[in-house]
Design a protein around this ligand. Structure first.
Ligand code: SAM
Ligand code: SF4
Ligand code: SF4
Length: 331
């Protein structure tokens, strides 16, 4: 099954909460996500049974990789039970993206429940830079402990996501390279993206992927690596001295819509076929009105076949109405 641009459905990102214990400036700026912000009501969240039932339909339509995200997925109570349920789906690679704050105490349980890998977000090793960007009192050490706990639990290779903002944390790029080369962990440098309507995105704050690679290559020579699988978003490079690899995700300057195979399910059950879409299609209503698996499957198939999204290819040329926030859709 392919969409109107010939792209198959291979990946499903499931957001399981829109809440978070950090307030990253590029994602949930506190002035918009303060005490007055209204989050999805508990009763409106998909239950674990509902998530699993929907995920089963996606898998039957070709999904091979499922990633739990949020908000902060580790805030969802009982998340390891959901992991256990999803881990039973045949032929699926199950991963999670987390800010790592709660990983030190949870990594072992998640691995035991069947999680295969984690990606941990960390934007600097410098406490002052990290705390300002994540608007938190949590120290970097805590996230590093989370990464260590994940590695010990076998959730490997651990990927480390760093969003790079020019003039904010670009000085931290080489430090991240130095800390993680030779460890087996893979740092992925991500261009600051214009998701949502609250993060005051400006093109001038994007450090282009090409520049990031140049800065690293000047100090630690790199050579390009091929994609590990079709639809991979990161452009991969390895250190010429054999000390590992990095990736860059250039959604702004190197769009990859042509190979985008990802669907997204929000915590309240809306399917989005693009990170930059607005409304989403409500599958919860269908689920709760007694739809059969066949009905659910054909709703998803219909959505995918009609899909024509390529926001990043067309960036700046399309009108945007009420874009959803990153903390809602999950990245
Ligand atoms: N809370 C978890 C975390 O931070 O890893 C999972 C959800 S978060 C929305 C998923 C990923 O999106 C993180 O790696 C985060 O750094 C990234 N992200 C959030 N806002 C972004 C933006 N404006 N541009 C680029 N990446 C962003
Ligand atoms: Fe929370 Fe992740 Fe967004 Fe940061 S990027 S505010 S950790 S959801
Ligand atoms: Fe996929 Fe939309 Fe991102 Fe393009 S902009 S790569 S279609 S999610």
């Amino acid at each position: 099954m392919t969409d109107r641009r010939g792209r198959p459905l291979r990946d499903l990102r499931i957001s399981i909460t829109d809440r978070c214990n950090l307030r990253c400036r590029y994602c949930m700026p506190r002035e918009h996500f303060g005490a007055a912000h209204s989050y999805i009501d508990r009763a409106d969240l998909l239950t674990f049974e509902e998530i699993t039932r929907l995920a089963t339909q996606f898998v039957s339509l070709g999904v091979r990789k499922i990633r739990l995200t949020g908000g902060e997925p580790l805030l969802r109570r009982g998340v390891e039970d959901l992991v256990r349920m999803l881990a039973r789906l045949p032929g699926v690679d199950l991963a999670m993206t987390t800010n790592g704050v709660l990983l030190p105490s949870m990594a072992e349980r998640l691995a035991a429940a069947g999680l295969r890998r984690v990606t941990v977000s960390l934007d600097s090793l410098d406490d002052a830079v990290f705390r300002a960007l994540a608007d938190t009192a949590v120290p970097v050490r805590r996230v590093l402990d989370g990464i260590d706990a994940a590695a010990r639990a076998g959730l490997t290779p651990v990927k480390v996501n760093m969003v790079v903002k020019r003039g904010v944390n670009d000085d931290s790029v080489l430090g991240m390279v130095e800390r993680f080369r030779g460890t087996g962990h893979i740092v992925r440098f991500i261009e600051f993206m214009d998701v949502g309507a609250t993060n005051e995105w400006r093109l001038g704050e994007v450090l282009p992927a090409g520049e990031i690679v140049r800065v690293i290559d000047d100090r630690y020579p790199l050579e390009p690596l091929g994609a590990t699988h079709p639809g991979e978003v990161a452009t991969r490079y390895r250190f010429r001295d054999g000390s590992g690899e990095i990736g860059v995700i250039g959604s702004v300057t190197r769009p990859f819509c042509g190979t985008c195979t990802r669907a997204r399910l929000s915590a309240e059950g809306k399917v989005h076929t693009c990170l930059f879409s607005s409304g989403g299609t409500d599958l919860r209503a269908l689920l709760r009105s007694g739809a059969s698996d066949v009905d659910l499957r054909s709703a998803v198939a219909g959505l995918w076949r009609a899909r024509d999204d390529r926001y990043s290819d067309l960036r700046g040329t399309l009108p945007r109405s009420e874009p959803v926030e990153m903390s809602y859709i999950g990245g």
